[in-house]
Design a binder for this molecule. Structure first.
Ligand code: AMP
Length: 116
């Protein structure tokens, strides 16, 4: 992470191109560059929160908006009833690589459980 943030800040500011599929006042949704399912969208808050550990009472509204954005999107693309997975990775053991929280929406196929 730099002074100007992570690559996700650059996607929010449009300095870096992304395939954006959802946007509102609080949340941006765009296709993951390395998809792990037929549908793999990253939903990010338009406020930099580094990890899940940094969610607090002052920024929790952004997290709620991320969930609402996902619900809106899965209904829009007709995957709500089929089902899907929402994942947030945190720090080393969670294999987080970009330190701006994001929810992975994985859909379009049956998921494995346990995830491994
Ligand atoms: P995580 O490992 O949970 O931090 O997930 C970061 C995700 O960001 C990975 O799935 C990457 O494939 C994805 N990613 C990294 N750079 C980009 C980018 N420029 N555009 C879209 N997705 C990206």
């Amino acid at each position: 992470m730099t002074e100007s943030g992570t690559i996700f800040d650059q996607i929010i500011s449009r300095e870096l191109a992304a395939d954006i599929v959802y946007e509102d006042q609080y949340v941006l949704g765009f296709k993951d560059i390395n998809p792990q399912a037929p549908i793999h969208i990253l939903f990010i808050p338009k406020l930099r929160i580094a990890t899940h550990n940094d969610i607090n009472i002052d920024n929790i509204d952004y997290v709620s908006k991320m969930h609402l954005a996902i619900n809106h999107y899965v209904n829009q693309i007709g995957e709500a009833e089929n089902g899907y997975r929402v994942v947030m990775n945190c720090n080393k053991n969670g294999q987080q690589t970009v330190f701006h929280i994001h929810m992975h929406l994985l859909a379009g196929r049956a998921m494995n459980w346990p995830p491994g």
